[in-house]
Unconditional design. Sequence first.
Length: 67
Amino acid sequence: MTGYLSRLLPPAFLHVPENNSDRLNALARRIVMMFARGNYRLQTGRYVTKRQIDERYKKLRDVDFER
């Protein structure tokens, strides 16, 4: 069990995000990368969450294309 936990903790020389939610997002991404099987995007950490999709949709919804 300590092997998994030690892999989740970032080394001291890496950039540590100041915002706590950024730290949690980075930790969640590392967990997904570690346990993903068969999906290349998940294994490399290149995926988009529903919250990120909703934020993009909100930005595009507010754009006035007629100006």
